[in-house]
Write a protein that binds this ligand. Structure first.
Ligand SMILES: [Cu+2]
Length: 122
């Protein structure tokens, strides 16, 4: 058992040190409004191959670091639009978008406007 653990640990260190080379960093425009959007976008990217995903509300950009041998740029855009958020390359399905909470409807609302209406069910 101990030998197995040591072997696994060695393999882990080995792959971790060699994997670094394939990490790609990118910044993708993703639309959203609030902290809920941020959590939604970032948690949708807690998937295999993605090392880091951080969405910035002010810049409307997602900083991402991923292993290009494990996930493609297209798959990343697919994962984002599956949450109802649009990227510069792909739009979310209207059906998915419509299911977003009111405060997260980012298409027709200026995220920095104070005139936003609020629904009581949220
Ligand atoms: Cu939101």
């Amino acid at each position: 058992m101990k030998t197995l653990l040591i072997t696994l640990f060695t393999l882990f260190i080995f792959s971790a040190s060699f994997g670094q080379k394939q990490v790609v960093e990118d910044s993708i425009p993703v639309s959203g409004n609030c902290e809920m959007c941020k959590a939604r976008i970032e948690s949708a990217l807690e998937i295999k191959g993605i090392k880091l995903a951080e969405w910035n509300m002010d810049s409307q950009k997602l900083f991402i670091a991923y292993r290009e041998d494990k996930i493609s740029e297209k798959e990343i855009h697919d994962a984002i639009v599956a949450t109802g958020h649009d990227t510069d390359k792909k739009k979310a399905e209207d059906e998915v978008y419509a299911k977003l909470p009111y405060c997260c409807l980012h298409r027709d609302v200026d995220p920095h406007s104070d005139k936003k209406k609020h629904k009581s069910d949220h």
